[in-house]
Design a protein around this ligand. Sequence first.
Ligand code: EPZ
Length: 441
Amino acid sequence: MNSTMTSKDTLIIKGGKALNGTIEVRGAKNAVTKIMVATLLSAEPSIIHNVPDIADVQVVGEMIRLVGGKVEQLSEGVLKITPTDLHQADTLELHKIAGTSRIPILFAGPLLHRLKEAKLPTLGGCEIGPRPIDFHLRSLQTMGATINEDEKAITITADSLHGAKIELTYPSVGATEQVLLTSVLASGVTELRNAAIEPEIIDLICVLQKMGAIIDVGINRVITIVGVEKLQGFEHSVLTDRIEVASWACVAAATNGKIMVKGAQQEPMMTFLNTFRKVGGEFGITSEGIEFWRGRPLTGITLETDVHPGFMTDWQQPFVVLITQAEGLSTIHETVYEDRFAFTETLNTMGAKIQLYQECLGGTHCRFENSNHLHSAVISGPTQLTGSNIVVPDLRAGFSYVVAALVAKGKTSISGMKTVERGYEKFETKLRAIGTEIIST
Ligand code: EPZ
């Protein structure tokens, strides 16, 4: 794959001005990477369109190569994957490549079906909580797999896999994808209860249906999969990245500018759009995308993150920065990850007024009640942010620091931008396209 990613790890931004312009957002990181894994379920080639040029796509591409798949870039944003002859990869090599990615565990089902064994590295990912994989492993065991784990690798074996009744204790995105990618070729019927139904999962289900799978998405988070014997290659255009779209919307409203995001789709953004409007953001929807701006002075909100169709946890961080510019008190209760507010400490050093609490603030009680995790935030605004030297802790916090830098008076130097490249395509180019003053290093 040819990549046009930049290699700059530090970005210096001069903030404080309204940003205006048009940018284009392509396929969702959290859909395309799983769709790439789905190609391994068939020996036939598949073609994926609307693929963003981001590090996570490169990583998954390299992992597919390591297990014997051929990955070709046909043109910008178009990948062809031919997984005709698969073999086990060297776990050390996989580990080196996978490093920070959460995707390797999803190779389990396809590799079990094709090779009867999956040797996978232990997992990486953003530092936003412990992020266990117990749901994944339990589901695989329920479908007939045997698991052996040591410090460096997880070895999963199965001569055959069978359908099962599985109930997740929480509607985990990854565990739902795990069950889908494993059950489609398992014998018999799988009934998955308390499944996640994020738009990225529905996109994966669309892909699996194109491949020949039979999957019913029922009411009350029940997904039923009727196993089939063989799947075929597919051609699919990935849904737009709704996390990136929301991030640019926050930039538009926080800087009091106007940004047209080409490719943005209304339906997967509905909850965000309602919330954005409640705090004073405004938008116009066209066939090309969605344009965002500040419709009135921003005001505070009480909000909690949740699984779909709730307000996504990945929208939370840039939204927090937007809310630092809103009049009054806001309360945000994070119910998906227990440790996703650590990034606010840096925002406070830039002038924000954000206080964290262990209690479930805002009305509902979540899994983290009575734990010592600071998973509620109270934000007082508006506050003038000022430039600083800051370090990116994880992907979404990284974008939120960029939003803070764009709003802040003076210069902000942000290091660790490579982490942001994992999930945002042509980041610096897009920033420049909306008029950001970037100081060369
Ligand atoms: C996906 O992570 C996304 N990552 C995350 O985006 C996103 O925040 C998350 O879904 C929720 O929408 C990818 O798609 C690669 P989960 P995933 O399983 O699948 C607990 C980003 O920046 N849990 O839905 O790993 C877990 O600890 C990333 O793009 C278990 O307890 O998330 C968490 O509290 C960050 N046991 C909750 O469930 C398990 O076996 C939800 O996690 C699995 C999860």
